[in-house]
Design a protein. Structure first.
Length: 352
């Protein structure tokens, strides 16, 4: 990222010369009306956008038409229900083009009909468990690190609890986390048969929602990290998740490895590369549609939390896909400027 700027004619020549000295030393002077002083210049590895796009998996098509993503390494776990939904195969009409097939919106959004969403949820339950009446526990998600224990009384509530994580050891329940760019994380203890689902946006990730959730599994049920497996589902990829400097600062305040999660992304558009002056903007860093801009790898941030919680690297699966640049398969809040449905990531314990 370049820190050169157009000289302001109102600056005294000696002040401009001082700014140049700061830049040569890797520093920048605070010019935004904050406390006087200097801050370290950001040093982030530059990457071309095209090399950051995660591969989207091929979805499984259920008999009822729902397209969903299983975790490849979990197929032999006969006791475990699990899956990541896509936008394909439902009954919603509000987010698709005229004449297109219905879609699987699973969130009670303002634009969709509640009964349609309930029918979509039954379709997903049928695709994953074989029974559309399987009880589903969902949340009012608030970008927190709150994790709740789920029981039978929490299923299909009209007014769901406010939190961002669910844990249960009760067979017959599906735990559901809604996403449309944020990262869904599913965790299962193979020995004690405890399951969990976490919703990790960047704010929840900074608050260590996944680490807190694994810790809660250990406290409540005696789970051990070596017995756990985890799957990180589709979310916005580092190719598309441009953020501001305040997000980098938030991560640096919590994680020693924070800078390894960020990169400066250069737009892969050949015309913009050849004629960059034509595309200059006055947007804040991370908010311009062109590079270089600061991007966050949110899926990797949550993988690192699973490792920090003690899980074996080989027990963590990245299911893949970028919700923002693969919108034919996924809903994306950012990619559709807020007009989007919600996917759902589910996990449960099959009754014996």
């Amino acid at each position: 990222m370049s820190f050169s700027r157009t000289p302001d004619p109102h600056f005294e020549p000696e002040i401009q010369a001082l700014d140049e000295l700061f830049l040569q030393a890797g520093l920048k002077r605070n010019l935004r009306g904050k406390a006087a002083g200097v801050t370290l210049r950001r040093r982030i590895e530059p990457v071309d956008q095209q090399y950051l796009i995660p591969v989207a998996p091929v979805p499984r098509v259920a008999r009822n038409g729902v397209e969903w993503l299983p975790v490849p390494d979990w197929k032999k776990a006969g006791w475990l229900w699990h899956g990541f939904s896509t936008r394909r195969g439902g009954l919603s009409r509000v987010y698709c083009a005229d004449g297109a097939p219905g879609e699987l919106n699973l969130g009670f959004t303002a634009d969709d009909d509640r009964e349609t969403v309930l029918q979509n949820r039954r379709l997903l339950a049928e695709a994953v468990t074989g029974n559309p009446a399987t009880p589903l526990v969902a949340l009012k998600q608030i970008h927190s690190n709150l994790v709740l224990l789920a029981g039978d009384a929490d299923a299909n509530r009209e007014q769901p609890h406010r939190a961002d994580g669910l844990i249960t050891d009760k067979p017959g329940l599906l735990l559901g986390i809604q996403t449309a760019d944020c990262i869904p994380v599913l965790v299962a203890d193979r020995k004690r048969r405890v399951v969990a689902a976490f919703h990790a946006g960047w704010r929840g990730t900074v608050q260590r929602i996944v680490e807190a959730g694994v810790g809660r599994m250990r406290f409540e049920f005696g789970c051990q990290p070596e017995d756990m497996v985890a799957a990180i589902g589709p979310g916005i990829g580092p190719c598309c998740f441009a953020v501001g400097e305040e997000v980098l600062s938030s991560f640096e305040s919590q994680f020693t490895y924070a800078r390894e999660l960020f990169c400066d992304v250069y737009d892969s558009d050949a015309i913009r590369k050849k004629y960059p002056m034509l595309f200059l903007t006055q947007c804040a860093p991370g908010h311009s549609p062109i590079g270089p801009s600061l991007h966050l790898n949110l899926a990797e941030a949550n993988r690192r939390q699973l490792l920090a919680a003690g899980l074996n690297p080989r027990s963590i699966q990245m299911v893949g896909g970028c919700t923002s640049c693969q919108r034919e398969l996924f809903f994306s809040h950012r990619g559709s400027q807020g007009h989007a449905g919600r996917m759902m990531s589910v996990i449960g314990i099959r009754p014996r």
